[in-house]
Design a protein around this ligand. Structure first.
Ligand SMILES: Nc1ncnc2c1ncn2[C@@H]1O[C@H](COP(=O)(O)OP(=O)(O)OP(=O)(O)O)[C@@H](O)[C@H]1O
Length: 592
């Protein structure tokens, strides 16, 4: 339990004597000034390691105002290392223990988000990097350096090197203030020994995030560049706070829209916050009374974050049983190709060793024709592989586009629902505020749609803008998809023409068999990608269903209100004699 006492409230103030000056916050664990780095690590992060090496995602992030000790918790010092080194040491130890049955590979990347741009801390010269969503919906950073490592010390050396590149400046609150959010991502791939089926590859991702400090402009006394940095830092932290608020209320009656798109930080932490990840938030506060306000907001956010529920699932490279079957067939075929190839090689070597036999028989091909057929075979093979690779690439891009399209659609649906919600409330107020006498003037005012729009709240105007943007984006993806589909159809035609050429070539039956099988492998790979795409589509459609249900709910409410209004109108008409003009006016009112 953390107890926060408001220093501004006067204990002598008789009017407030009955009000508690204390606020209590209950967390999974709270540390005081005597806690060691080991205590913090054991109680917060140690339990995540086992999950990561079994293919689950995990995230630890340090949150809190500037100078409160976030970098100390995450990085620490040589004598007392922080969460980074301790987690990695345990991770490699656990991998070592499981090595008898499993093959592991570990890679890491380290980046910073500074003023809303992403920089690779392991290769700062690579410039600004882009965030992208892959076909499985997880966020990737295009072009980031991924280093394969085998021990924690090696990673620490890389981190120390990377940290020297991190943007740090002295501020009024911290001499070595980190002005950026630093994200260390460790990926562990696990595969059962002796198995080469993609089905069994598990990928666990661990994010360790040292956020930049939140600060109040007045307190930090920053000017110029520092102030601009502060604005960016606060903007992304505000976006993070908004996501935490929306996610923590998600279980409640009213569905909340969670806007991850507002900042790079929230897009990157999307899974960690509300998706597939076991997540630990370490909130930092200072005991100083001068930092009361920062401590209060930090504790409030941390308290809200406790309500967020994430759903973890093991990351398998393949998404369904069917795909695992395909993988079996493909690896069988590959084996067959290898056997045939070595058979051809053996035959050729034997022929070279017995040149006399070849000459006397006269029926065997000469060395020249043999070389020719070899060259031909190589050429056709290269063309075939190229054609199928091209198809596969296009298929993958199509899957990504499809995924992006569904995401855009879901986002637009969220905004449209928010707008519809507001319009419903507005109509309700509007109807309640009407008096029968004032109807006529009211109707004149109603026709002025622009005037009514000007009164709409900022969020609704933003939602409208966002919808327009999303729809434009959607149109672009649809056009791109159509173009890609056309190119794919051409590539398919090209590949089948190549296949038709095959029997006409002067190559041996075995060689032809190799090429046929090669074609089959590639066809299966393309089908495999298609299956992944349809599985992804199904997953996304399920996501959309929530919105469709909400939409129907809104329609039902609207329908009920119209029926109620008409009933009242009929009753009113029955009770008093009305002129036909009055009746038309009332009907118009309802239509509005
Ligand atoms: N628990 C602690 N024990 C000893 N020293 C600490 C502790 N926490 C923080 N410090 C020291 O306080 C100073 C500020 O801490 P640190 O740089 O970790 O803050 P921060 O929250 O990362 O700040 P910023 O957001 O500005 O980067 C550092 O010199 C750090 O060594």
């Amino acid at each position: 339990m953390a107890v926060l006492m408001d220093p501004s409230e006067d204990a002598e103030d008789t009017l407030r004597t009955h009000r508690s000056r204390e606020k209590t916050f209950i967390f999974d664990v709270v540390f005081d000034q005597h806690a060691s780095q080991e205590d913090v690590y054991c109680a917060t992060t140690q339990h995540l390691v086992e999950g990561v090496i079994s293919g689950y995602n995990a995230t630890v992030f340090a949150y809190g105002p500037s100078g409160a000790g976030k970098t100390h918790t995450m990085l620490g010092m040589d004598a007392e290392p922080g969460i980074y080194l301790r987690t990695l040491t345990d991770l490699f130890r656990a991998i070592e223990e499981a090595r008898d049955n499993m093959d592991y590979s570990v890679s890491m990347s380290y980046l910073e988000i500074y003023n809303e741009v992403i920089r690779d801390l392991l290769n700062p010269s690579s410039g600004f990097l882009d965030l992208r969503e892959d076909s499985r919906g997880s966020i990737q950073i295009a072009g980031i350096t991924e280093v394969s490592t085998s021990n924690a010390q090696e990673i620490m050396q890389l981190l120390t090197r990377g940290n020297r590149q991190r943007t740090q400046e002295p501020t009024a609150t911290n001499k070595t203030s980190s002005r950026s959010h630093a994200v260390l991502q460790v990926t562990v791939r696990q595969q059962r020994r002796g198995s080469d089926l993609a089905e069994e590859v598990r990928v666990g991702r661990l994010f360790m995030v040292d956020l930049a400090g939140s600060e109040r402009a007045s307190q930090a006394q920053n000017r110029g560049k520092r102030m601009q940095e502060g604005a960016h830092i606060n903007r992304s932290l505000l976006a993070l706070g908004n996501c935490i608020n929306a996610l923590s209320e998600k279980g409640g009656g009213r569905a909340q829209y969670v806007n991850f798109r507002d900042s790079k930080l929230t897009r990157l932490l999307k899974d960690a916050l509300g998706g597939n990840s076991r997540t630990v938030m370490v909130a930092h506060i200072s005991p100083a009374s001068t930092h009361f306000e920062e401590s209060r907001t930090t504790l409030l956010y941390a308290y809200r974050a406790k309500n967020i529920k994430t759903r973890v699932k093991r990351n398998l490279l393949s998404v369904s049983y069917h795909i695992a079957q395909y993988t079996d067939v493909i690896s069988d075929l590959r084996g067959k190709i290898e056997r045939l190839k070595s058979k051809i090689e053996r035959q050729e070597q034997e022929k070279k060793r017995e040149p006399g036999v070849r000459d006397t028989r006269g029926t065997m091909p000469t060395q020249e024709t043999e070389e020719d057929s070899h060259l031909q075979m190589d050429r056709i093979r290269a063309q075939l592989v190229g054609a199928f690779k091209e198809q596969l690439e296009m298929r993958r891009s199509l899957v990504e586009l499809e995924n992006a399209n569904v995401e855009l659609h879901i986002d637009a649906s969220r905004h449209l629902l928010a707008i519809a919600d507001w319009e419903r409330e507005k109509t309700q107020h509007h109807t309640q505020d009407r008096t029968p006498e004032g109807d006529e003037e009211q109707m004149v005012a109603d026709t002025d749609m622009d005037a009514s729009k000007s009164t709409e709240p900022h969020e609704v105007a933003l939602a409208r803008e966002e919808v327009n943007m999303l729809l434009a984006e959607q149109r672009k993806t649809v056009a791109l998809k159509a173009e890609l589909e056309q190119r794919l159809a051409c590539a398919k035609k090209k590949a089948s023409q190549l296949e038709e050429l095959l029997p006409a070539q002067a190559i041996s039956e075995d060689q032809r068999e190799v090429l046929r099988l090669l074609c089959r492998v590639h066809e299966l790979e393309v089908e495999n990608t298609e299956l992944q795409a349809s599985s992804l589509r199904r997953k996304n459609l399920l996501c959309q269903k929530d919105f469709v249900i909400q939409g129907f709910h809104q329609h039902r409410l609207l329908g009920e209100r119209i029926i109620r209004g008409q009933r009242q109108l009929i009753q009113g008409l029955c009770e008093r004699a009305v002129t036909p003009a009055e009746a038309v006016q009332s009907v118009n009112h309802l239509r509005w």
